[in-house]
Design a protein around this ligand. Structure first.
Ligand SMILES: NC(=O)c1ccc[n+]([C@@H]2O[C@H](COP(=O)([O-])OP(=O)(O)OC[C@H]3O[C@@H](n4cnc5c(N)ncnc54)[C@H](O)[C@@H]3O)[C@@H](O)[C@H]2O)c1
Length: 453
C-alpha cells in the first residue's frame, strides 16, 4: 500500500468514484480539477452518456466551468471500472435505499465494493462515503477478506461519511470537516493525501468503523428529532394562538445549549428521514429500543396527515369546495431534489380526502414524474402540475398549501397573499408575514397530532 500512498501524494494514482450523483459528482470534479486522474463510474447509462457529451443538469450546473475544464484532461466517465497499472483509490458514493423485505440498504455499497475488487491491484484503497447501516464497514471487511485480500495489508478500507448540504453556500465540500475510520495508518495517509484537495485534509480519525457509522446516523437523527420537536411546538402554538416564530426567535437569544430549527411540512430528502432508522434498527437488533427516534419518525410521517386535516377543517368551516394547490414539491428550498419529500405526501393525502389537487414547483419536470414517484416510494400519484402561479390558474383553488418557499417564488407568494387571490393559505413553513389588510386566511389550524400517535 506504500505504492498507493506514493502515487496519491504525487497524484499519479487513479481515483474511481462510484455513483456520480449529488455526492459523487462534485467530489469527482473537485479531484479532477486538482490534477488527479478521475473516472466517474455510474450504472445509470443515460447519465454517463449525458455527462460524456458534456451536458449538465440542475445541481451539476454550478460546476460547469470546472467540469468542462477537467473533462479536457483528467475526468473520464464510464459504466464500469477497468484494470489499471496505476494504484487505485475507489470512493463509493452510491445511494442507500431504505431497507425493505426485498432488499438490504447495503445493496449498492456491497455491489460497488465487489465491482472495485474485480479490477483492483494489491495495495488499492476503498473509501466508503455513502450513508450506511451500523456494522456495514465490518461486513465489507469480511466480504473483502472472503475474496482472499487481507484488509489493512492488501487492500485498505476507510469509512468517511459525506456531510454535504447541497446549496449551502457557507458550508461546502471544501470546508466541512469529515470524520473518518481507516483500517490502517497507510490507508489513512492515502485518504489524507486525497482529501487534502477536498477539504484541506480536515479529517477527524476515529478508532472504529462503528464509531464513524454511529456518528453519521446520530448527526442526522439530531436533525430529525429537532425538526419533529419544532413541528409539534408549532402545532401547540397554533392551538394557543401564538406565532411559533416568536418563540423560536426569543429562544435563540440563549447563547448556549440551543439551536434554532423551524417548522415545516416535515423532514425530507435522501438522508434525514432515513439515516436515523439505522440507529433504531440497530437498537432493536441489540435488544433495546431508540424511542426518541421512533417517535420523531412517527411525528414526521404524521405531518402531512396533520396538515391536510387542518386544511380540511378550515375549508369545511368556510363552506368552500375542497380544492387545493400544493406549492413546493422539493424537500428543501432552491433545489430540484424531490426525494422523500413531504410535498408528495401532502398531495397524496389531499387526494385521499377527495380534494381537487394541483401542484406547482418551479423545479418540477413533467418528464421526471415517474422518477419522482419512485423516489417517494409511491406506486401511483396523478395530479395536475401547474407551470405557473398566474392569477387565472389560482382562480380554480380555494387553498394554497405552501410546503416549500423557493426564493424564485417568494415575491409572487407574498403578492398572492397581499392581493387575497385565494381564500386560504396554509403556510407549512410559517414564512409569510401576517397582513391584516389581506382577506386571505393565513394559518396553521388546531389539530392534535397526538390523536394519531
Ligand atoms: N444528497 C445529499 O445531500 C447527501 C448528503 C450526505 C450523504 N449522502 C449519502 O451519499 C450517498 C449518495 O447520495 P446521493 O444523494 O449522491 O445519491 P444520488 O442518487 O444523487 O447519486 C447516486 C448515484 O449512484 C448511482 N448508482 C447506483 N448504484 C450504483 C452502482 N451499483 N454502481 C455505480 N453507480 C451506482 C446512481 O445511478 C446515481 O447516479 C447516499 O448514501 C446518501 O445517503 C447524501
Amino acid at each position: 500500500m506504500i505504492k498507493t500512498l506514493e502515487e496519491a501524494i504525487s497524484k499519479k494514482c487513479l481515483i474511481e468514484i462510484f455513483g456520480v450523483g449529488y455526492v459523487g459528482f462534485p467530489l469527482a470534479v473537485r479531484l479532477a480539477t486538482s490534477g488527479f486522474k478521475v473516472v466517474g463510474i455510474d450504472n445509470d447509462e443515460n447519465k454517463i452518456k449525458r455527462l460524456q457529451s458534456n451536458s449538465l443538469t440542475d445541481y451539476e450546473l454550478y460546476l460547469k466551468d470546472e467540469f468542462f475544464e477537467c473533462r479536457k484532461r483528467s475526468f473520464q466517465l464510464s459504466d464500469s471500472p477497468t484494470k489499471s497499472n496505476s494504484s487505485k483509490v475507489g470512493i463509493i458514493c452510491v445511494p442507500t435505499p431504505i431497507q425493505s423485505k426485498n432488499g438490504d440498504s447495503n445493496l449498492f455499497v456491497r455491489a460497488t465494493v465487489e465491482k472495485f475488487l474485480n479490477f483492483c491491484n494489491m495495495g488499492d484503497v476503498i473509501i466508503i462515503e455513502s450513508s450506511i447501516k451500523i456494522g456495514t464497514t465490518e461486513q465489507m471487511r469480511n466480504m473483502i477478506e472472503s475474496k482472499g485480500f487481507k484488509v489493512g495489508k492488501d487492500v485498505g478500507l476507510c469509512y468517511c461519511p459525506e456531510r454535504i448540504d447541497p446549496m449551502n453556500k457557507d458550508w461546502t465540500l471544501e470546508n466541512i470537516p469529515r470524520v473518518i475510520y481507516a483500517s490502517d495508518d497507510v490507508s489513512f495517509n492515502v485518504a489524507q493525501s486525497v482529501y487534502h484537495y477536498v477539504n484541506n485534509s480536515h479529517l477527524i480519525r476515529v478508532n472504529s468503523s462503528k464509531v464513524a457509522e454511529l456518528v453519521k446516523s446520530y448527526e442526522n437523527s439530531f436533525r430529525l428529532v429537532n425538526i419533529s420537536l419544532v413541528n409539534e411546538l408549532a402545532v401547540l402554538c397554533d392551538r394557543l394562538g401564538v406565532d411559533v416564530n416568536d418563540v423560536i426567535t426569543a429562544a435563540s437569544t440563549k447563547p448556549f445549549g440551543f439551536m434554532a430549527f423551524y417548522p415545516s411540512g416535515g423532514a425530507g430528502g435522501h438522508c434525514i428521514p432515513k439515516d436515523p432508522t439505522f440507529l433504531s434498527e440497530t437498537a432493536k437488533a441489540s435488544g433495546t429500543q431508540f424511542s426518541t427516534i421512533d417517535t420523531a419518525l412517527k411525528i414526521n410521517s404524521l405531518m402531512p396527515i396533520h396538515i391536510v386535516s387542518s386544511i380540511e377543517k378550515v375549508i369545511t368551516k368556510l363552506g368552500l369546495e375542497k380544492s387545493a394547490l400544493v406549492c413546493g414539491l422539493a424537500y428543501k428550498p432552491d433545489i430540484e431534489d424531490m426525494r422523500d419529500s413531504p410535498g408528495f405526501r401532502i398531495v397524496e393525502e389531499l387526494k385521499q380526502k377527495n380534494f381537487k389537487v394541483a401542484a406547482y414547483d418551479p423545479y418540477y419536470k413533467k418528464e421526471l414524474h415517474k422518477r419522482y414517484l419512485q423516489e417517494n416510494n409511491l406506486s401511483e400519484l396523478e395530479f395536475n402540475a401547474l407551470t405557473s402561479l398566474d392569477d387565472s390558474q389560482l382562480a380554480n383553488f380555494n387553498c394554497i398549501c405552501i410546503v416549500q418557499h423557493h426564493a424564485v417564488i417568494k415575491s409572487r407568494l407574498s403578492a398572492i397573499y397581499q392581493r387575497s387571490l385565494v381564500p386560504f393559505i396554509y403556510d407549512c413553513q410559517h414564512k409569510l408575514i401576517k397582513n391584516q389588510k389581506s382577506k386571505t386566511i393565513l394559518n396553521f389550524y388546531d389539530y392534535d397530532i397526538k390523536e394519531n400517535l
